[in-house]
Write a protein that binds this ligand. Structure first.
Ligand SMILES: [Zn+2]
Length: 214
């Protein structure tokens, strides 16, 4: 895949296939969760929604793999052994997977399943845009953060980035861009990404960089 193909791609499966070794499992998992969030009102199974919450907590290191699987086990004990309701397969894959051998494979499956809950072609395009938000441009070097940006004005940039991450307040990203600029940042890719309309989601490369997550 070339840089131009990456930037124009509307097939998240193709993009995920290009990424092994280039991004963390955390980012790939957050992409799968973001795909679920896009079609939230069409995931009708309570436990599948809980699986999304749990998977997000796992990505942030708030629960471990054991707890993630416990959530699936608990759901399996109370539901009939069918895999037909919208969200069943999604929940299974996010909590450890009955079918998946890797996080990348899990993300491919979840992206495919969730795209089927909306108009598939449009969903796939939006998923590709989410993946670009999370990964950025893998053909360019990751910007180096100047500690002065983070310490400027008693840590305004750091605090703002933290709030955006924790509260999913991605509509505040343009404010973060202004703060970064005032702090002396002139990195065009970073500023442009923060000012871009989106979509943005947890795992967004610009926010991750400022809160020190990979
Ligand atoms: Zn983003």
């Amino acid at each position: 895949m070339t840089e131009d193909e990456w930037l124009a791609c509307s097939d998240p499966t193709l993009m995920l296939g290009f990424l092994p070794g280039k991004v963390s499992d955390r980012k790939v998992r957050l992409f799968a969760c973001a795909c679920c969030r896009r079609v939230w009102d069409r995931i009708l199974t309570d436990w599948a929604r809980e699986a999304v919450h749990a998977s997000e907590r796992f990505a942030d290191g708030l629960i471990d793999r054991h707890e993630l699987r416990q959530i699936r086990s608990a759901a399996e004990q109370v539901r009939p052994r069918r895999q037909q309701e919208p969200g069943e397969k999604i929940g299974n894959e996010l909590t450890g997977g009955l079918w998946c051998r890797s996080t990348a494979e899990m993300a491919r499956e979840v992206a495919w399943e969730t795209s089927g809950l909306g108009p598939r072609r449009k969903e796939r395009q939006s998923q590709a845009a989410l993946l670009r938000c999370i990964v950025g441009n893998p053909f360019r070097p990751v910007p180096v953060i100047d500690p002065c940006w983070l310490s400027w004005n008693n840590g305004t940039v750091s605090r703002l980035a933290q709030v955006i991450y924790e509260e999913r307040a991605f509509d505040h990203l343009p404010i973060l861009a202004d703060a970064l600029e005032e702090a002396g940042c002139d990195h065009a890719d970073l500023l442009d990404h923060c000012r871009r309309a989106g979509p943005h989601c947890p795992g967004c490369w610009a926010v991750d960089l400022l809160v020190g997550k990979e």
